[in-house]
Design a protein around this ligand. Structure first.
Ligand code: IPE
Ligand code: IPE
Ligand code: MG
Length: 261
C-alpha cells in the first residue's frame, strides 16, 4: 500500500488551509462542573461540538479531521464514566452514520475497540463500510487509542511480515502498519481545555505538526474558534529543519518562475 510522504524524509506540500487537523477534545468535565451538572452532561454537549466542528471542517475544505475521543489511559476513570462514554460512542455510531454518509464524510475508527464489546465493534464496522467510498472529509475517531499502542501494534505487524532485515527497518516499511496509514501527517493539532500536553495521542505523526492550545473547553469550541486556530496556523513558518533564509529564497525563486511562465 502507498502511504503518504513522511515529514522527516520529504518536505510536505503545505497550503493556506491545513489538510489534516487533529484535535484533543478536552474540558467536557470542567464545562459540566462549572454549571453544577454531572460530567456526562459535558460529554453530551461535547458530541454536539463534534457535529459542529465536522461541518465547519467540511465547509473549509479540510480533508482529514482526527478526533481523540477515548485514550488508552481513560480506562482509569470511574467505571460509571467509562460506561457513559461507551454508551455515547455507541449512540453516535448508530445515529450519525447516515447523516455522515449524506454529507459524503468517510468515517474511520482507530484504536483497539474490541474491549468496548461486540456491539460497538459491529456498529463501527457498519458505519465505516457505509461511508467507505465517500470522498469529502475523512473523519477519524480515535477510541481506546494511544500513540504507544499504535507504534507497538505496527511494530508487531512489521516484525511478523518477514525476516528482520540486516540494516534495520526503514520508516517506509513501518508506516503502512500505523493506524493512520490512510492520512497525511496532521498539519495542525488543537487541544482545547487549557492543558499543554499530548496525552499519548499521535506520537509518530505529530513530528512536524503545528501545536495550538486554547483554554476554551471543548463544549464551547465553535467554528469561530476553529477559524482562529487556522489563522494562527497560517502565520507559522513551517521550516521542517531548514532555515528561514532558505524558505525566503525558495519563495522568491518560485515567484520568479511564475512571472516568467
Ligand atoms: C475530554 O473531556 C473527554 C474525554 C477525555 C473522554 P474530559 O472528560 O477530560 O474533561 P476534563 O478534562 O475533566 O474537564
Ligand atoms: C486526553 O484527555 C484524551 C482525550 C481527550 C480522549 P485527558 O483528559 O484524558 O488527558 P489528561 O489525563 O488530562 O492528560
Ligand atoms: Mg481531560
Amino acid at each position: 500500500m502507498k502511504s503518504f510522504s513522511s515529514s522527516t524524509r520529504e518536505i510536505p506540500q503545505t497550503g493556506e488551509i491545513p489538510r489534516h487537523i487533529a484535535i484533543i477534545m478536552d474540558g467536557n468535565g470542567r464545562w459540566a462542573k462549572k454549571r453544577y451538572l454531572p460530567r456526562v452532561a459535558g460529554h453530551k454537549q461535547g458530541v454536539e461540538t463534534v457535529r459542529r466542528v465536522t461541518r465547519a471542517c467540511s465547509e473549509r475544505g479540510v480533508e482529514y479531521l482526527t478526533l481523540f475521543a477515548f485514550s488508552s489511559e481513560n480506562w482509569r476513570r470511574p467505571a460509571e464514566e467509562v460506561s457513559t462514554l461507551k454508551q455515547l460512542f455507541m449512540a453516535a455510531l448508530e445515529q450519525e452514520a447516515e447523516r455522515l454518509h449524506r454529507n459524503k464524510v468517510r468515517l474511520k475508527i482507530i484504536g483497539d475497540i474490541a474491549p468496548f464489546g461486540a456491539r460497538v465493534v459491529e456498529l463501527a464496522r457498519r458505519a465505516q463500510e457505509l461511508t467507505s467510498a465517500n470522498s469529502s472529509l475523512t473523519l477519524t475517531i480515535a477510541a481506546n487509542y494511544g500513540g504507544r499502542w499504535d507504534l507497538m501494534q505496527a511494530l508487531a505487524k512489521l516484525v511478523r511480515s518477514g525476516p528482520l532485515p540486516e540494516n534495520g527497518f526503514t520508516e517506509d516499511q513501518l508506516a503502512p502498519y500505523l493506524a493512520l496509514n490512510y492520512a497525511p501527517e496532521p498539519d495542525l493539532f488543537i487541544r482545547t481545555g487549557g492543558e499543554q500536553r499530548i496525552s499519548n495521542f499521535l506520537l509518530w505523526q505529530l513530528a512536524y505538526t503545528e501545536l495550538y492550545f486554547t483554554p476554551t473547553l471543548w463544549p464551547d469550541f465553535d467554528a469561530g474558534q476553529l477559524d482562529a486556530a487556522i489563522d494562527w496556523y497560517r502565520e507559522r513558518e513551517r521550516r521542517f529543519g531548514r532555515t528561514s533564509e532558505q524558505l525566503e529564497k525558495a519563495k522568491q525563486d518560485s515567484n520568479g518562475r511564475r512571472r516568467i511562465a
